[in-house]
Design a protein around this ligand. Sequence first.
Ligand SMILES: [Zn+2]
Length: 163
Amino acid sequence: MTGGSPLSGARRFELPRELAGRCMEAMKARGSEGAELFLALSATVSEDGRTVSFRHVHIPEQVCYSGPDGLLVKIDGDAIFELNHSCFERDEILAGQIHAHPSDAYHSPADDELALIKLPGGLSIVVPHFASGPLHPRRWSVNQLGPDGVWRRRRWRVRLAIT
Ligand SMILES: [Zn+2]
């Protein structure tokens, strides 16, 4: 394994369909109230470090504000501590986050800045249109945090598999 992150050797991320479906339902429900919802995904990593399997979805306590630049979700330090603690207890790592936008899916400057994921190699998925409609990962924006701390968009086919 290279670098300090347990995700630095990851080549494939597996998201169970059932887990993805639950995320979609939760984001759609919050979206119907006009608000965004952030969910965190914890995972285990295969022994060779190449495959990351998402296991649980967490919904940290959060507040969604409507500002001049659109919607903004804030998650305070206590909620982030809770989240890390519950991952630690399960012996899983915080490897992904997912949220839905009212319209287009892209990683906004606020998403870069306020990301829950701090581990290089972690994923941030943005789903368009408040996750309405069927599960359609090709329409998602899948972004990965680089070792340099910069979020970059990835083609979902390459790295993310719905299992
Ligand atoms: Zn966003």
